[in-house]
Write a protein that binds this ligand. Structure first.
Ligand SMILES: [Zn+2]
Length: 300
């Protein structure tokens, strides 16, 4: 059975993404602190199993296990030369899990460094690094790209431009991670909602979103309303996506632990959907059970 392109599908109402990858890897016994992205090469069956669990739970699309697979993050693990191999393998695994009926989004996270003058990155280097990652994902057969957990406007801008330079007709989604401080929602780098939405939309993405961050479920719902308001000022056609965490983490020792139940998560996601968000999944602390209950609640 053939299916419509992801670009078309994004415009056709509710689309469910997956939940977290990292927590599921740990649940399957992978070592904390290892390079998760290298598991695409080393232990593809484990990654495939997680994608399969999310599709089984009701996801329409999964994100490749490549969040940190740009050369700057990989360099910390001595893997800077393996960008293409890791991304292509990650895309191929997700493609196998998705088959021809479900979708694969090539996942691209931040570089972990800052652009000049704050950090050492030059724009051209960063652009080349994101294009290299996107090229590897494209070669592995993704249906589109998702740039997420961004906190700086200059970095998200370069990431979008770089991905679009190789993506051809494939859709590109981009999101930023917000916290709530007394003056309102801001990314770690101080970007507000209106600036994030207007900048990202102006770059011609297929959907603009928010993910991760340190927020309660109620705050994610509030953020969704403000995102929708900011988008509606620009155009009524802006597509919004959200991947909230399973609530605000509690620190146990030095590890964040997420305790929100699948039912509470799904109830919040329903309100996020009602606020005008049509593409929904989960970030840190969400697992297949969260997606399963979410799918039941949103599709009923
Ligand atoms: Zn997260």
């Amino acid at each position: 059975m053939s299916r419509t392109s992801l670009k078309n599908r994004l415009t056709q109402g509710l689309l469910l993404l997956d939940g977290a990858m990292g927590t599921e890897l740990i649940a399957r016994g992978t070592e904390v602190g290892k390079c998760n992205d290298y598991l695409n090469v080393e232990s593809p069956d484990v990654v495939m199993d997680i994608h399969g669990a999310y599709f089984q739970a009701g996801s329409d699309a999964v994100l490749t296990n490549t969040f940190g697979a740009n050369k700057y993050v990989l360099a910390r693990h001595g893997l800077a030369d393996d960008v293409e191999k890791i991304n292509t393998a990650g895309a191929q695994i997700a493609r196998r899990a998705a088959g021809e009926r479900k979708y694969v989004l090539g996942d691209i996270g931040p570089s972990g460094d800052f652009l000049e003058p704050l950090g050492n990155l030059e724009p051209a280097q960063l652009r080349a690094a994101f294009a290299e990652q996107a090229g590897g994902l494209l070669a592995g057969g993704v249906d589109g790209f998702i740039i997420e957990t961004m906190t700086a406007l200059d970095e998200v801008t370069i990431a979008i431009e770089a991905v679009k330079s190789v993506s051809g007709e494939l859709p590109v989604l981009a999101s930023m991670a917000f916290d709530k401080i007394p003056i309102g929602f801001r990314t770690m780098m101080g970007v507000d909602i209106e600036s994030a939405v207007s900048k990202i939309v102006s770059l011609g993405v297929d959907a603009v979103g928010f993910n991760c961050g340190t927020l309660t479920l109620d705050e994610y719902i509030e953020l969704a309303g403000k995102y929708a308001a900011a988008a509606s000022v620009l155009s009524k056609d802006v597509i919004i996506f959200a991947e909230p965490n399973a609530g605000k983490p509690q620190l146990v020792g030095d590890r964040p632990v997420y305790r929100v139940s699948p039912e509470d998560f799904a109830a919040a996601a329903k309100r996020i959907h009602s606020a005008g968000v049509n593409i929904i999944g989960g970030c840190c602390g969400t697992g297949p059970e969260h997606i399963k209950v979410l799918a039941e609640k949103l599709r009923s």
